[in-house]
Write a protein that binds this ligand. Structure first.
Ligand code: GDD
Ligand code: MG
Length: 344
């Protein structure tokens, strides 16, 4: 049993954060995102993992290497140009000629993967998709199922008047190798628009797995990127617990750091500063009376005296000037410099 992680998308909805950092390795509570997926696979005993890359592959490969540091064996495929989700799976064909778990490379979940594999095998399915309920399925792939768990309909990015249920494709699949034979070689092809509707037409045993009480989020928009941090800090992610909320850093005794916040190594926090429900990457500098609330700050960013940062994300090496106000929804790319008193 092995795994393929689809990690080649451009991460456009997370721009400008993804200009220099591809989405699969954006930090989530100061850890590259893919490590959470690697943990999920390792928990299920799967250590043979292929990463399917296309956008900025070198950065990902340099960071994760052969995986030995994380107790897994990593291999890489790099498409000359994005081949689409199913095209990327077909492109990795030589490495995955056996039953494979496929992950979208931007979902964080505490899923019990062993239970998915067990059910897939019991049903002798050709393909199994994990489902999750969401409030608005429009951003996702809508999946209708029969009572016995068979998939009746798959509709990617449905329009408002096409929504018939609240269950969507959670971006985790178990695929039998025969699926490879249904895919065109060397072409851009999609699981969502191509293979899944095709499996239904062919009448293949194609099933949904609906896990009980499972945390699930797609981290691919700024709003959800902040949400996953709030959920992890608040301990709402079932089986995933963050460690090391406090690195080695300097803080004035008169600074206020609430118990939820996570502070990376080598940060400096000056008197009267407040850090509330936020994550600071390593090497950040928070000047006197600055306030950071419900925000995620990437490494080596400096927040000036009396600046207010609320509900925002700041990339690496930013400089937020004195008394600046960075408001909800703001996303600052790496090295952004905001003049004193800026209002966003
Ligand atoms: N290698 C490779 N090549 N990877 C790709 C490519 C490609 O051409 N295109 C997309 N990916 C990767 C992305 O990096 C991401 O990890 C994953 O495939 C899904 O792409 P997204 O662009 O994030 O898709 P989405 O979020 O709009 O929709 C998908 O995910 C939803 C769940 O989060 C669909 O699978 C939906 O059906 C699903 O509900
Ligand atoms: Mg996505």
């Amino acid at each position: 049993m092995q795994a393929l992680i689809l990690a080649g998308g451009k991460g456009t909805r997370l721009r400008p954060l993804t200009v220099y950092t591809p989405k699969p390795i954006v930090p989530i509570c100061n850890r590259p995102f893919l490590l959470y997926q690697i943990d999920t696979l390792r928990r299920a005993g799967i250590t043979d993992i292929t990463l399917s890359l296309s956008y900025q592959p070198n950065k990902i490969e340099q960071l994760l290497g052969d995986g030995s540091e994380y107790g897994v064996k990593l291999k890489y495929t790099v498409e000359p140009q994005p081949m689409g989700t199913a095209g990327a799976y077909k492109y990795a064909e030589d490495l995955i000629r056996e039953q494979t778990v496929v992950f979208n490379g931007d979902i964080l979940t505490d899923l019990d993967l062993k239970a998915v594999i067990r059910e897939h095998n019991e049903r002798k399915a050709t393909a199994t998709i994990v489902l999750t309920p969401v409030e608005n399925p429009q951003d996702y792939g809508l999946v209708e199922t029969e009572n016995d768990g068979r998939i009746r309909r798959f509709l990617e990015k449905p329009k408002a008047d096409e929504i018939t249920c609240n269950t969507i494709n959670a971006g985790t699949y178990i695929l039998e190798p025969k699926v490879l034979d249904f895919l065109p070689a060397g072409e851009n092809y999609s699981f969502e628009y191509g293979l899944f509707p095709d499996l239904l037409k062919r009448g293949e045993p194609f099933y949904a797995h609906i896990p009980p009480r499972t945390y699930w989020i797609d981290i691919g928009t700024p709003q959800r990127y902040l949400q996953v941090h709030a959920d992890l800090l608040g301990g709402r992610v079932g089986r995933i617990h963050i460690k090391d909320r406090r690195g080695q850093f300097d803080a004035a005794t008169v600074a206020e750091i609430d118990e939820l916040s996570m502070i990376g190594d080598d940060c400096q926090i000056k008197p009267g500063a407040q850090i509330i429900n936020s994550v600071l990457g390593p090497g950040c500098f928070v000047e006197e009376r600055a306030r950071v609330e419900n925000s995620v700050i990437w490494p080596h960013t400096r927040i000036g005296t009396a600046a207010q940062v609320t509900g925002a994300i700041a990339g690496r090496g930013c400089h937020i000037g004195r008394s600046a106000t960075v408001g909800p929804g703001s996303v600052l790319g790496d090295k952004t410099s905001l003049t004193d008193y800026t209002l966003t």
